[in-house]
Structures are given as C-alpha cells and as structure tokens.
Design a protein around this ligand. Structure first.
Ligand code: C2E
Ligand code: CA
Ligand code: CA
Ligand code: CA
Length: 279
C-alpha cells in the first residue's frame, strides 16, 4: 500500500491531496528517524499544588531531521499513526522514557514519575503490556515510577479486553492518566468504567479560565466529579499565575504549563526548580 517503494508513491502523488502527500513524505523520513537517532524526549515538569514539588514530568517527543528541520509532534505523530510506524516510534519512546526514569532514580534528588503518551494503535497491539513490564524489569524501574497517558479515543475504541488490560497495569502500580479530558467523546462513564488514576484537564479549558465564567464552572465540575471518583486532576497549559491560583483554589491536584516550565532536555529538568517559590 503506502510507502512500498520511493517510486510507487511518487507516481500517485499528483492524485492525492496535499495533506496525505505530506503525511507520506513525513512517514518516509520518519522511518529512518529511529535508526538514525533523530528522536529525543523532552520533559515538562508537573507540580503538586499542595506541596509545590515537581512530582511528575511528561515525556514529549522531539524530532529533528537534517532536511525537514524541527518537526513538531502534532504533525508527525498523526502521520505515524496512519501507518504501523507508530509502533516502532512508540516503542522507542517507551524505552527511552523508562531508561530516563531509571537514570533519575540512580542520581540523588530528582526522581519524578515519568508520564508517557501512548497512541491508540500502540496500546492495541497484542504485545504492549508485556513490552511495558519487560522494560520496567530490564531497567529496574518500579511500575509506580511511570504513568501512561491515554486518550478518550482509546477508551471509546471498544477493544474487548481493554478494561482488563488497564486493570492489570493499574494493579501492578502503573499510573493511568486520561489525557486532554473534555476534548473528545468525553463520556463521563469512562471515568468510572476504567481503572484510571488521573484526569488531565485540556488546555482549552484552562485558557479561558480568567475570562469565561463558563470555563470556570466546567473546570470546577470536572475537578469535583474526578475527586468523587477518587481520581487526581492535572491541569495542563497553565500560563499565568491567575490561572494557577484559580485552579489551586478549586482543588486541582497538579499543574503543568509554560508558567511552571516548558518541555526541556532531561539534564535541564534537573536544574529546574524542584519546589515552586513561595510554597
Ligand atoms: P499533549 O499530550 O496534550 O501535550 C501537551 C502539549 O502542550 C505539548 O506540545 C506541550 O509542549 C504543550 N504545552 C504544555 N504547556 C503549555 C502551555 O502552557 N501553553 C501552550 N500553548 N502549550 C503548552 P507538544 O510537545 O508539541 O506535543 C503535542 C502533542 O503531540 C501532544 O499533546 C501529544 O498528543 C503528541 N505527543 C507528543 N509527544 C508524544 C509522544 O511521545 N507519544 C505520543 N503518542 N504522542 C506525543
Ligand atoms: Ca499528554
Ligand atoms: Ca494533554
Ligand atoms: Ca492537549
């Protein structure tokens, strides 16, 4: 089908829409990215509102290609998801994040829980669970030191064994976080049907927090609903102290955003404040 040979897809390119053509161009370059070592992980700090401590860090993939330059994950992850390439890329991300968690644990001071984004296809592949446990064992990382960020699309996917799979990961101590809450299908029943630990309120709700009383009410409702189901709440995309204060006052458990730190290289994270000033 898609990228069988360089020539075969070039031949069809004129018939395709621009988006698909770009996606195939990305795909063919991305195919080389893992073996050529072009991918890196950056980490964005996540702070506890009650202690002010950096207790978690989200791993966010970065790709720099000699021809294409810096390609944002919002462009190449969807392209990778259209092929099986996401499995290879996802596996690299998983291993690198767990390797980093092990390295942090071996050094004094910083040892945040590492939060890892997992694509639907990656999660749906039969070997995923054993891959996770094998990597944790190989690097000597306790399951509770990582968290997997899942999407509502995954929970809506009707994968038969999904509740049991999530339950086993959860039981072993792996954190399970529902990413971008409020942007997808947003069925409230997901929150109780699956073994989750954390809900991440999408940036779009945090953005309008100061101006819009509607967003304020929504955020308040999400937090109280999550808490009544014994779920933690992370707010993402926090950019101002005003937003930070509102979220803290509403009982939000963790906050993440440019205000508190941008995604950065692992050693920069070590040099970043471990406790928020004034806490
Ligand atoms: P996401 O999982 O919702 O990640 C949060 C995105 O918001 C990141 O963009 C982050 O840099 C950005 N962000 C964080 N704080 C702020 C803020 O205060 N303001 C604004 N404007 N933005 C903020 P990034 O790194 O470009 O990633 C975009 C998306 O790409 C991610 O959204 C995620 O869906 C996907 N992605 C990134 N890394 C991975 C990965 O390792 N695996 C998978 N499967 N997907 C990934
Ligand atoms: Ca995420
Ligand atoms: Ca998110
Ligand atoms: Ca988001």
């Amino acid at each position: 089908s898609k990228a069988r040979g360089r020539g075969s897809w070039c031949f069809f390119e004129s018939d395709m829409d621009e988006r698909l053509a770009e996606s195939l161009r990305l795909e063919s370059a991305l195919r080389q990215a893992v073996p050529r070592g072009e991918l890196r992980l950056h980490y964005q700090p996540i702070y506890s509102c009650s202690t002010g401590r950096m207790t978690k860090a989200e791993a966010l993939v970065r790709w720099e290609n000699p021809q294409l330059g810096w390609v944002p994950p919002g462009r190449f992850i969807p392209a990778a998801e259209e092929s099986s390439l996401i499995l290879e890329v996802g596996q690299w991300i998983l291993e690198e994040a767990i390797r980093q968690a092990a390295q942090w644990r071996a050094q004094p001071g910083l040892a945040p829980v590492v939060s890892i984004n997992v694509s639907v296809r990656q999660f749906a592949q039969p070997g995923f669970e054993s891959q996770v446990f094998a990597l944790l064992e190989r690097y000597g990382v306790p399951p509770a030191c990582i968290e997997l960020e899942l999407t509502e699309t995954l929970l809506a996917s009707d994968q038969e064994d999904l509740p049991a799979l999530l339950h086993r990961l959860h039981d072993a101590g792996v954190g399970l976080s529902l990413d971008d809450f409020g942007t997808g299908y947003s069925s409230l029943s997901y929150l109780s049907r699956f073994s989750l630990n954390t809900v991440k309120i999408d940036r779009s709700f945090v953005m309008g927090l100061q101006e819009s009383s509607r967003n304020h009410s929504l955020v308040r409702a999400i937090i109280s609903m999550a808490h009544s189901l014994h779920l933690n709440v992370v707010a993402e995309g926090v950019e101002t102290w005003r937003q930070y204060e509102i979220l803290k006052a509403e009982g939000c458990d963790y906050q993440q955003g440019y205000l508190l730190g941008r995604p950065m290289a692992a050693d920069q994270l070590r040099a970043h404040p471990q406790v928020l000033a004034g806490e």
